[in-house]
Design a protein around this ligand. Structure first.
Ligand SMILES: Cc1cc2nc3c(=O)[nH]c(=O)nc-3n(C[C@H](O)[C@H](O)[C@H](O)COP(=O)(O)OP(=O)(O)OC[C@H]3O[C@@H](n4cnc5c(N)ncnc54)[C@H](O)[C@@H]3O)c2cc1C
Length: 488
């Protein structure tokens, strides 16, 4: 299986990654990317080491592959898959949202359902199957950009002024489709092997040119990644910014300057109907978001541990009011943990035999994520008080003879050295207050779609209100103005 070093070596491939007004020469050496690249490399190394239990025999390629890319067909396989995802998530403590298992999980479900991509003229079903097999064989790290750029949400792209702001088909040739425009927001795009491009937002008949689905190597002519401001170069040290310095995944608007998408890389060609079916009739949306919830659970557990330790260090943990806050935090985290397991327990096999995590539990907990995460952050914010700012300006203050004596004397707690205290509170700041922390608050609110979509579409539609209302109707029908009706 692929090692971290092999991954890093492939990155100097001429990809167009734009930052601060210029193209990056080699992302693996650039301060904006090199640290998170190292983290991704560590993930590959973990998977490549057999004792870590992440490998399995894949029927699809008749060979060894990473279990995070597997199609689960039994309850045991689903559990082992979750454990493999957890193994990676624990390495980053849940702070890397789009590690290779995220988009790879969507492709596992696509690979189980090539029929959804069937097309009378071209072998798109074969394309998706072969692409999934490549992910298994090559341990591909795929990012995705599946949301139209935020130009105007008043209409879809066909209603916007200006042609091809959203990526769409300009023309077709014998070799493939020529696409132009942009799509948001490829987290990890600048450092991944490939990018998967499609549109998850519903499109209308006038948007047919935008109803496409394909994958391309990151280093493709005409393909550009316009990155947001990176945070890790501003991280003064690992000690000062323990999360920013390792886990700052780049987000990028992906731009297509008349890019050729060869036919064997096209999965959907101008079909609004297939586009709609792609995520929901393959089970990809549920399986992919279950991967995301596994990662999210790990992150919440990590944050809860930081909160608990902060109260210990500050000597507040015996106060009943503080214990109540820790209790609320525990309740929030355990409800997410429980939903993850409930989704696994209620998983059902679909027409292909793939186990799809139970949607009621999965989308139920996702519906609350836009409240759960801000609340978890608010509790930690409350518990740390001003301690996250009663800190030296950087690790240098802890070493300099000018500042070190004061730092050691005044920034410490009973039984807790100055270094230990500062370390913990710097970590807390990287969770609640740094730019990295702010980006994560936005990420957890939006990565699965805006809250109005998650709650109003996914949670609402998958709860199963029909059965609940039928029971209610039975109860309402059981009595009337004359009291309880006789049962026959
Ligand atoms: C940090 C981060 C990383 C991301 N990574 C990825 C990635 O890797 N790949 C990817 O494809 N996408 C990614 N996304 C994009 C993400 O999928 C989108 O942010 C999400 O789908 C919401 O779309 P939007 O941001 O355009 O919000 P919008 O849809 O524009 O919504 C913004 C707000 O406008 C209001 N609103 C808009 N329309 C309506 C409506 N019809 N009804 C009610 N209210 C409305 C709501 O208040 C809503 O919350 C990422 C986003 C973030 C923040």
């Amino acid at each position: 299986m692929r090692t971290g070093e092999e991954y890093i070596k492939t990155l100097n491939d001429g990809r167009t990654v734009l930052i601060d007004g210029e193209a990056v020469e080699n992302v693996a050496e650039h301060p904006a990317f090199r640290n998170v690249i190292r983290t991704i490399a560590e993930l590959f190394d973990i998977a490549a080491y057999p004792a870590n239990g992440m490998q399995y025999h894949s029927e699809e390629i008749d060979g060894t592959a990473n279990r995070v890319f597997s199609i689960p067909r039994t309850a045991e396989e689903l559990k082992l898959r979750r454990q493999a995802v957890e193994r990676w998530a624990k390495h980053t403590h849940g702070w890397v949202g789009r590690s290779p298992d995220h988009v790879g999980t969507f492709f596992a479900a696509f690979g189980a359902h090539p029929e959804v991509f069937e097309n009378s003229e071209r072998d798109f079903a074969g394309n998706i199957r072969r692409y999934y097999e490549r992910i298994l064989r090559e341990d591909l790290y795929v990012s995705y950009a599946i949301i139209p750029p935020q130009v105007s949400r008043a209409t879809t792209a066909s209603g916007w002024e200006g042609d091809f702001l959203q990526v769409g088909v300009v023309r077709e040739t014998e070799e493939g489709l020529i696409v132009r425009g942009s799509q948001m927001l490829a987290t990890g795009g600048a450092i991944a092997d490939e990018v998967f491009v499609t549109c998850i937002k519903p499109l209308g008949p006038d948007d047919v040119d935008f109803a496409i689905s394909f994958a391309l190597p990151t280093a493709t002519e005409g393909l550009k990644f316009l990155c947001r401001r990176p945070f890790s170069p501003a991280a003064t040290s690992e000690f000062d910014y323990p999360l920013t310095s390792h886990y700052d995944e780049p987000d990028a608007l992906v731009i297509f300057e008349d890019v050729l998408v060869p036919w064997d890389r096209v999965f959907i060609d101008r079909s609004v109907e297939t586009l709609r079916r792609q995520f929901f009739e393959t089970g990809a949306h549920a399986l992919g978001n279950w991967q995301a919830q596994t990662r999210f659970t790990t992150k919440l557990q990590f944050i809860a541990a930081v909160a608990r330790k902060v109260t210990q260090v500050n000597g507040t943990d015996k106060i009943p009011g503080v214990q109540e806050k820790l209790g609320e935090l525990a309740a929030l985290v355990s409800s997410v943990e429980s939903a993850l397991i409930a989704a696994e327990y209620t998983a059902q096999a679909d027409s292909s035999g793939m186990l799809v995590p139970g949607k009621r539990a999965l989308y139920g907990v996702m519906g609350l994520q836009s409240e759960t995460y801000p609340r978890v952050i608010a509790i930690l914010r409350d518990l740390v008080g001003g301690g996250v700012l009663q800190l030296p300006s950087s690790v240098v203050d802890m070493k300099s003879p000018v500042t070190a004596p004061d730092v050691e004397r005044y920034i410490a707690s009973p039984g807790v050295s100055s270094e230990e205290r500062i370390k913990l509170f710097r970590l807390a700041w990287d969770i609640i207050g740094s730019e990295f922390a702010g980006r994560h608050q936005q990420y957890e609110l939006f990565y699965a779609g805006a809250p109005f979509v998650v709650k109003g579409v996914y949670t609402y539609r998958n709860y199963g209100y029909e059965a609940q209302v039928a029971e209610l109707d039975e109860f309402l029908a059981s009595y009337g103005v004359d009291g309880r009706k006789e049962e026959n």
